[in-house]
Design a protein around this ligand. Structure first.
Ligand code: BLA
Length: 515
């Protein structure tokens, strides 16, 4: 195992974050053996929270400080659909005071893990109250016309429910890059909206854990981790697995990241799509923030609602975009089929030609005539590029979103042409249409965020600052454009057959006239 002290930024993926051997200090953790719930392991902070030395609790039954009735409730909770029964409302007599705790219990293989968090809510929250807390939001989320609107509704509601100063939806790309796509925040904070971060900011094993356990909270990053003793379970001889614990101590690297960001409390909720982690609702606060289990559950529930709505909303979005493409394509084909001259029709098509594939520039080459629309490389570069494409492939379509990497001369014009989609209409007549896309960095709208959160940190630690990590993400996407979607490429294939049909029909008509 890599222990925390040996961690550095190169081995983050290997940190076993599910078995830190310690918890955050705001609660207690007990590892229990059934049936009598004998305490096999315990967090060392029992004296501070319930007035018992941890040594006096080891190997003792829970009756040492809980009533039979409370222990029966724990047993029932474990037997039943315990997700619904958590938290248990427990009280513990500590000298002359009766202290109240939320008891959160789950089974890990043959062990039972009981966690206690001090609470002010002594009563079970009424179901109707919980229902009203989120019912109207659930309807709003379901009725949101777009994914973007749905994310905006959720960040607003989570902020209202929790009081966090900043709540974001953080969405992952296929390569693990994460971008902030919705944000609700205190007015004076600088926005993170539209900023993107490399996959390493949330390493692989953390994503894996977050796919199983939907919510995690760090109420105060300045906590002293509390050891669980003995370190190895006497029966299983292993470190206790805290994957499903609510108090799990957090990776020291991530704690450093949060401190560098001037964040004192953090919570994040998983958003899943087709069993994969699609994104997170991420919350920040600049001072400690303790939230009741009930409020956390309400937030987790909202995470589940948006997860179930995602598939439909994303499919709709794709559908709407495809329909728009089809419409533009139809109009475009109609205009060129009616026009006297192909060249004039293409020249007049202007932005329609760009919209067909969501490009930022296009170059049309029909034998010796050329048309340029939007932002493209210089004409001399275009000719060289065309000669290169002719040698690249016999296919009618060539596409790349990393042109400077496959064609180094493109480095010169990557700001307008990091992405290329080339359509060959006729090789013999040298008829081509080339579409270009700008470099991603220029496409992402981040220029309006000049306020740097924190930048005064040295060396290795500076990597753990969101602004620096955003810069690192920029390095990884240098020389690339947004990828061409399959149906954009299909649209171009269809455009080619339409053009070929028009040309053939014209040739036919001409032949008849000549006769
Ligand atoms: C976890 N990193 C996380 C989490 C987030 C981020 C949201 C989930 C834990 C939580 O709820 O706080 C990242 N948070 C961000 C980002 C923003 C944000 C990008 O607010 C931007 C606005 N982190 C690094 C590097 C490493 C690393 C370089 O930047 C390691 C090499 C590690 N991040 C790391 C680890 C975890 C983590 C190990 C898991 C923490 C845990 O659950 O124990």
């Amino acid at each position: 195992f890599i222990i925390a002290e040996n961690l550095d930024l190169t081995n983050c993926d290997r940190e076993p974050i599910h078995i830190p051997g310690s918890i955050q200090s705001h609660g207690l953790l007990f590892v229990l053996q059934e049936p009598e719930f004998k305490i096999l392991q315990v967090s060392k902070n029992t004296y501070e929270l319930i007035g018992y030395d941890y040594e006096d609790l080891l190997n003792q039954p829970l009756t040492k400080f809980l009533s039979e009735e409370q222990i029966n409730a724990i047993a029932q909770c474990l037997d039943g659909d315990f997700e619904c029964v958590n938290p248990l409302k427990l009280s513990i007599q500590v000298e002359e005071n009766l202290l109240y705790f939320d008891g959160i219990v789950h089974r890990d293989r043959e062990m039972v893990i009981l966690e206690l968090e001090p609470t002010d809510n002594r009563e079970y929250i009424n179901f109707l109250k919980f229902y009203h807390l989120i019912n109207s939001t659930v309807s709003k989320l379901q009725n949101a016309p777009t994914l973007q609107k749905m994310c905006q509704i959720v960040v607003k509601k989570v902020r209202k429910l929790t009081g966090f100063e900043r709540v974001m939806v953080y969405k992952f790309d296929e390569d693990g890059t994460g971008c902030v796509i919705a944000e609700e925040k205190r007015d004076d904070l600088s926005p993170y909206l539209q900023l993107c971060y490399p996959h390493s900011d949330i390493p692989k094993q953390a994503r894996q854990l977050y796919s199983c356990n939907w919510l995690r909270i760090i109420p105060d990053v300045n906590y002293e981790p509390i050891e669980i003793v003995p370190a190895l379970n006497p029966l299983t001889n292993t470190t206790v697995d805290l994957s499903f614990s609510v108090l799990r101590s957090v990776s020291p690297i991530h704690i450093e990241y949060l401190k560098n960001m001037r964040v004192t409390a953090s919570m994040s909720i998983s958003i899943m799509k087709n069993k994969k982690l699609w994104g997170l609702i991420a919350c920040h606060h600049s001072s400690p923030q303790y939230l009741s289990y009930e409020i956390r559950t309400a937030c987790e529930f909202l995470g589940k609602i948006i997860s179930s709505e995602l598939v439909d909303k994303e499919a709709n979005e794709d559908f709407d975009y495809k329909m728009k493409l089809r419409f533009i394509q139809g109009k475009f084909i109609e205009s060129i089929s009616q026009a006297e001259s192909f060249m004039t029709a293409l020249a007049e098509s202007g932005s329609n030609l760009l919209e067909i594939v969501n490009a930022t520039g296009a170059f049309i080459c029909l034998e010796h005539q050329h048309i340029i629309i939007g932002n493209t490389p210089e004409i001399s570069d275009l000719h060289k590029l065309l000669a290169w494409i002719e040698n690249q492939t016999q296919d009618n379509i060539f596409s790349t979103n990393i042109l400077p990497k496959v064609y180094p001369q493109a480095e010169e014009f990557k700001d307008v042409g990091s992405g290329l989609l080339a359509l060959t209409i006729s090789r013999i007549h040298r008829n081509y249409i080339l579409w270009f896309r700008a470099e991603v960095i220029r496409t992402v709208n981040w220029g309006g965020n000049p306020n740097k959160p924190v930048e005064t940190i040295e060396n290795g630690a500076s990597r753990l600052v969101p602004r620096k990590s955003f810069e690192m993400w920029q390095e990884t996407v240098k020389n690339s454009s947004l990828p061409w979607k399959d149906y954009e490429i299909e649209a171009v294939t269809e455009l080619r057959s339409a053009i070929v049909n028009i040309v053939l029909r014209r040739a036919d008509e001409l032949a008849k006239i000549n006769i």
